[in-house]
Design a protein around this ligand. Structure first.
Ligand code: SF4
Length: 197
């Protein structure tokens, strides 16, 4: 009798130390898994759950990397696939998501904050602390200068229309909700979510 297991269950069993070929002989025989040697390249990889960055669908992805997280050891992501346990996408990815590996490894990918000073035509690298400090400083100064409490007719409006917010496309509902609360509590009206790329 052949025991029916899913491909995922099959590889979980394999990870417990038993060679998959032996398992096949014992009756665990999902044909696609046995036929596909491709999957052995993932043995021993570290798996990290994440979200596709491209659009508001927010499909779940599994990132496979080498590296043991030791100091000075840089993770090397070498395979990306859909997360079958993700409640939104159930393992599916559109062509953009399926091509995420190229995006991750692209030479032109932005990996750290940069600033172009007023009057300069060059971007310079800064760290996250400086970036957040500068953003907060700019926002505070602009809000202090341009916040409008009452309109010309004396109606309370409490709005700030000289700064806007563009939120990330891969935010979860919870992140988007909190972002919305923060932005609106400042009186900002120009707010959108980058969800249509
Ligand atoms: S770009 Fe494709 S894979 Fe990525 S979140 Fe949108 S639908 Fe999902």
């Amino acid at each position: 009798m052949t025991l029916r297991v899913t491909r995922r269950q099959f590889f979980k069993l394999g990870a417990a130390g038993m060679a998959t070929s032996s398992m096949a002989m014992m009756g665990f025989a999902p044909e696609p898994a046995v036929a596909s040697i491709r999957h052995f390249k993932l043995t021993g990889a570290k798996i990290t759950r994440s979200n596709c960055t491209y659009c508001s669908v927010g499909c779940g992805v599994l990132l496979y990397s080498r590296g043991d997280a030791a100091i000075n050891n840089v993770d090397d992501i070498y395979h990306v696939e859909g997360d079958p346990d993700h409640p939104v996408s159930r393992g599916s990815l559109c062509p953009k998501g399926a091509g995420l590996l190229d995006y991750i490894q692209s030479d032109s990918r932005l990996r750290y904050p940069q600033v172009r000073e007023a009057g300069s035509d060059e971007w310079k690298r800064i760290d996250w602390d400086e970036a957040l400090e500068r953003i907060a400083r700019h926002m505070k100064d602009d809000r202090d200068a341009n916040f409008v409490a009452d309109d010309e007719d004396g109606n309370t409006v409490n709005h700030w229309i000289s700064t806007g917010m563009l939120a990330a496309s891969a935010s979860t509902n919870e992140t988007a909700y909190l972002t919305h609360k923060v932005v609106r509590s400042l009186g900002m009206l120009a707010f959108d979510n980058q969800a249509r790329v």
